[in-house]
Design a protein around this ligand. Sequence first.
Ligand code: DHB
Length: 406
Amino acid sequence: MRTRVGIVGGGPAGLLLSHLLHGRGIESVVLEARSRKDLESEIRAGVLEHGTAELLIETGVGDRMQREGAVHHGVKLQFDGRRERIDLEELTGKTITLYGQHEVVKDLVGARLDAGGEILFEAKGIEPLDLESGEPKVRFVRDGEEQELRCDFVVGTDGFHGVTRKALPEGARAEYERRYPFGWFGILVEGPPSTEELIYALHDRGFALVSTRSPQIQRLYFQCDPGDEAGSWSDDRIWTEMHARLDTDDGWTVNEGKIIQKNVVQMRSFVCEPMRHGRLFLAGDAAHIVPPTGAKGMNLAVADVRVLSRGLAGFYESGDTNGLDRYSATCLRRVWKASRFSWWMTSMLHRFDGDNAFQYRMQVAELDYVAGSRAASTSLAENYVGLPMAPELEASAEERTAQGAS
Ligand code: DHB
């Protein structure tokens, strides 16, 4: 089997890259270890930055998001018994869209298959080979048969635990990591939202977050021990904890409902440099992960593949390797800024073991400053709605036409 770009991993990064390349007339094949059903049902974050939502719309995969997603104009910070609003739109002119990552994945799978694209589900034992040669390949097993995909380039979009990053020789990569001494316990709840806008809360019992998925489903999270598992918390204990961290003196309370899913999210910051080796390019979680506070994970992946699709288009259209040569450095500048933002939000909003009352007062003072200062709240807002994807790469009219937008 031969294609131009072999994409290892069918999450949002790999699927979107394949979609963007298709818009440029560049053929690709996506290899995905999971079944379509498992892939499409994996529950992850649900906040799309302004630029992410725009890109999905411009490239023709934003219809359902526009119908079913919710545009939010602000977010709330809760601390010291108060709730303060950050008006994202007023401060930045931009909004965010609440739409689950697995819904984006479903829309992209549908668009690729409708356009005749190839996604090979349940491809096991994936092994990238000959990455320093002019014709790399990916070996895999499917339906019990060993197969080989030969291509011009391999792109690794197979997530943090994937195989592609490990294909960069150890001496050719540097890894930077910070682990946080807590996790997030996430629940999906049937019932009406408790609030119209997201609430990020600092409480001396720990962080809590109120989000939504739809008018019928709430998404709630709270800081837990890193070793907790989905079964560690009974429903009763969860609601007692959520009320303790979130309810306010004015009578506002978090709406209870039937808990239909529980999961634990690990908290880690990680960056691998560079994001390229020979003919292998890494994008999304395969190259970097952030703690979930601020919901940057998928948005970073989208920014990476946007830069990469431009680089590949330059190469195929005119033989120009400049975009590909600059890919890693261009992405890493944005990756580090989003890593800083996610780390900062995490540090400001969580209780760390061993923190004393002084540190708690520092966190409250910081939140009070962020909420009360236009400069500080603008800083939070511009990061939250998303920093420019890559300033020198903002979509040209030409790109929009190539992607088939009206
Ligand atoms: C959601 C997840 C996040 O990490 C976040 O910061 C906000 C919202 C969510 O899943 O809705």
